[in-house]
Design a protein around this ligand. Structure first.
Ligand code: C2E
Ligand code: MG
Ligand code: MG
Length: 307
């Protein structure tokens, strides 16, 4: 029998300092951990900024465990605007986490850990509960972001159904945003879950469209209520030498969506110029800082009372 053994070593530089055995061991271990999976038979040097990243990661994972019971999460809502009606037609719920040691942590940073630890299921239910209740007070449909992990949860459809019934909210007032990523598009179980949710009357939106697989056959099969053009494409509209490509991509998305009777929403619209260019390309539903930043429910209710 033949074995192939590979050896990798993590190492650190101690010149000019006196870190002690445990610190040296820790630094080598951190370097080795980074190299694992990507390199074989390598010498991997510790980078000082990695220790801070490791420390933050540990604090996030630890903090997440108790964040729900400590009431550290809250939701903010960002309007989705109909440019022709000049008013919001829905709100997207976006989660925020404030921890006293870490400060405000963005979902982009903590959601991957919540997914990896399985906590996303509990967190997801918190978001669903709160957003459905708040939707009634906002008097507009609410968009809720779902992780693929939540779609694997077989109790999700019943959970959503019982909650909307309890709140007497028609299911089409709830739009589930699913990121157009490989996970969702390549997995038959997930697409069947999406279809079940649609049959129950819930709206489905394909988020970050244009950055994943942009699977047109699946788009045809799923016929979501809308797709959201990712802000990286929208940003290109104001980037020198990229605007023509962006226009071509957006025009193509709008054409396909129109043919399949799917609404198009543009994300990350933060300037008048982007708004005008998008409108000229046939997009009339938009979301972004130009129309409104994500705000807490109380702020939005005060705004609508005072206007
Ligand atoms: P997303 O669903 O694509 O949300 C849009 C993100 O763009 C939000 O970031 C929003 O604050 C930001 N944004 C909106 N308008 C503009 C703009 O004009 N310019 C720029 N630069 N940014 C804009 P946020 O809140 O940090 O969320 C990031 C991502 O985290 C979301 O992307 C979504 O994928 C995920 N996420 C947020 N809340 C939840 C949640 O409750 N559950 C799950 N599973 N994921 C969530
Ligand atoms: Mg979203
Ligand atoms: Mg998005």
């Amino acid at each position: 029998m033949e074995f192939n053994i590979s050896l990798s070593l993590g190492y650190t530089l101690v010149r000019g300092r006196n870190p002690g055995f445990y610190q040296v061991y820790k630094e080598c271990d951190i370097a080795l951990y980074r190299g694992k999976g990507t390199t074989k038979n390598a010498l991997i040097l510790f980078r000082p900024q990695e220790e801070e990243q490791e420390h933050r990661k540990r604090q996030i994972v630890l903090g997440l465990k108790t964040a729900i019971e400590r009431g550290e999460f809250f939701l903010v809502y960002q309007p989705i605007y109909d440019v022709e009606l000049s008013q919001p037609i829905a709100y997207e719920a976006l989660i925020r986490w404030y921890n006293k040691n870490l400060g405000l942590v963005s979902p982009g940073e903590f959601i991957p850990y919540a997914e990896a630890t399985g906590l996303i299921l509990e967190l997801g239910r918190y978001v669903i509960d709160k957003a459905i209740k708040d939707s009634k007070r906002l008097n507009l449909p609410v968009h809720i972001n779902l992780s693929a992990r939540q779609l694997y949860d077989t109790s999700l459809p019943n959970y959503l159904e019982s909650l909307t019934k309890m709140e007497e909210l028609p299911p089409d007032k709830v739009v589930l945003e699913i990121t157009e990523s490989q996970d969702v598009l390549m997995d038959e179980y997930l697409t069947s879950q999406i279809k079940i949710l649609q049959l129950m009357g819930f709206g489905v939106s394909l988020d970050d469209f244009g950055t994943g697989y942009s699977n047109i056959v699946l788009l045809n099969e799923l016929r979501p209520k809308n797709l959201k053009i990712d802000m990286s494409i929208v940003r290109m509209l104001e980037t020198p030498y990229e605007e023509k490509e962006a226009e071509a991509i957006i025009r193509a998305i709008v054409d396909i969506a129109k043919a399949l009777t799917i609404d198009v929403v543009a994300e990350g619209v933060d300037s008048k110029l982007k708004k005008e260019k998008l409108y000229a390309l046939g997009v009339n539903k938009m979301q972004g800082f130009y129309f409104g930043k994500p705000e807490r429910l109380e702020v939005l209710l005060n705004l609508s009372n005072s206007s």
